[in-house]
Design a protein around this ligand. Structure first.
Ligand code: ZN
Length: 296
C-alpha cells in the first residue's frame, strides 16, 4: 500500500474576505465549499480547488479574523507548492504583482523552475513550472516542503510506511516522491538549529494525504496504530472521512478518503455558493450564521 499523494492542505487565514478574494481572483481557484470548521463552528472553513474540488487540488482555510500571526519553524510545513504549466512563470509573476504580491526570483530545484511568494497572511506558497506547456492555470498541488530539525525519522516514515521514494537531494533538501499524478512531492528541509514554529494565521495547520476509500483508510489506521502512532478515530468531514496523527517530526498529517466529494450536498454547478453545514450542525444554523462575518 502506497500513498498516492496529497489530498488537501489546510492553512489558517485572517480575514475570510481577503482570503476569498486572493485565492479566487489572484490564483484563479474555484471556491468549492463554504462551510465552518466542524470542530469550531464559529469560524469559516473555505475550500478552494479545481472545478470539482478533486483530491490533489484542494487548498482549505480556517479563517481566524482576530487571530495572531503564526511563526514558521521546524515541525511545520515551510511551503505549499502548486503545479503550473511549463513556461507560465513570467505570466504568473506579472499577475501576482497586479495583486500587490512580490514574487521571488525564479530558481531551479530538481530540474524544475520554482517561484515563491506569500499570500496576504504571509503564508508561503510556490509555483512549480512542472506541468505540460500550454495554458497558465494552476493544475493542483505539486507538493509541500516540511521543515524538520532532523529528517531521518520522517524520511524513514515516508519511505517505509507511506511507500514514497527518495527522488533527489540538494543541500539540506531531500525530495520524497509519491506516484501522484498531483501532490506527489514531499520535500524535507533539515534545519538543525531551527526553533519550533507556532501554528496560527499564515501557517499550514495540516497536510492531508489520499486514501482511495474507507477500506484503504482503515488499513492505514491499523498500520499506524501498530507502529505506535496516536491516531484519531475516523471523523466524518462530510466531503471525506479523516484520520489524523503527527508524523515523527511533529507535523500534523491527515489521511482523507477521496469520496464522497464536494457534490454530496450541492450541485456541481453551484459549489461554493451557499454556506453548507453538516446535518449535525444544521439545527444551529441561525446561531452559526449570526456569528460569522459577512463575506461576498
Ligand atoms: Zn484536513
Amino acid at each position: 500500500m502506497r500513498v498516492p499523494g496529497i489530498h488537501h492542505v489546510t492553512a489558517i487565514a485572517g480575514s475570510p474576505q481577503v482570503n476569498l478574494d486572493f485565492y479566487r481572483q489572484a490564483l484563479g481557484l474555484r471556491l468549492v465549499k463554504r462551510t465552518v470548521n466542524f470542530d469550531d463552528p464559529g469560524s469559516y472553513h473555505l475550500y478552494f480547488g479545481d472545478a470539482a474540488g478533486s483530491p490533489g487540488t484542494v487548498m482549505t482555510f480556517f479563517a481566524w479574523p482576530d487571530g495572531r500571526r503564526g511563526q514558521g519553524g521546524v515541525g511545520q510545513p515551510a511551503a505549499t507548492a502548486f503545479r503550473v504549466p511549463a513556461g507560465s512563470l513570467g505570466y504568473w509573476a506579472e499577475r501576482l504583482r497586479g495583486f500587490d504580491v512580490v514574487p521571488s526570483e525564479v530558481t531551479e530545484r530538481f530540474g524544475e523552475e520554482v517561484q515563491g511568494f506569500q499570500d496576504p497572511d504571509g503564508l508561503r506558497l510556490e509555483l512549480v513550472a512542472a506541468g505540460a506547456r500550454g495554458a497558465t492555470a494552476i493544475e493542483g498541488f505539486h507538493g509541500v516542503t516540511l521543515a524538520e530539525q532532523r529528517i531521518d525519522a520522517t524520511g524513514r516514515f515516508l519511505t517505509e510506511t507511506f511507500g514514497m521514494e527518495v527522488a533527489g537531494q540538494s543541500g539540506n533538501r531531500t525530495r520524497f516522491a509519491a506516484p501522484g499524478p498531483l501532490g506527489g512531492a514531499v520535500d524535507l528541509l533539515e534545519v538543525p538549529a531551527g526553533t519550533r514554529g507556532r501554528t496560527a494565521v499564515g501557517t499550514v495547520h495540516h497536510v492531508a494525504f489520499r486514501a482511495r476509500g474507507d477500506e484503504e483508510q482503515a488499513e492505514w489506521r491499523a498500520r499506524l496504530v501498530d507502529l505506535g502512532f496516536h491516531v484519531t478515530q475516523v471523523l466524518d468531514r462530510q466531503y471525506f472521512r479523516s484520520i489524523y496523527f503527527r508524523e515523527p517530526g511533529g507535523v500534523l498529517f491527515e489521511i482523507a478518503t477521496d469520496g464522497p466529494g464536494f457534490a454530496v450536498d450541492e450541485a456541481p454547478a453551484a459549489l461554493g455558493g451557499a454556506l453548507k453545514l453538516p446535518p449535525w450542525l444544521e439545527g444551529r444554523r441561525k446561531e452559526i450564521e449570526a456569528a460569522l462575518p459577512l463575506v461576498r
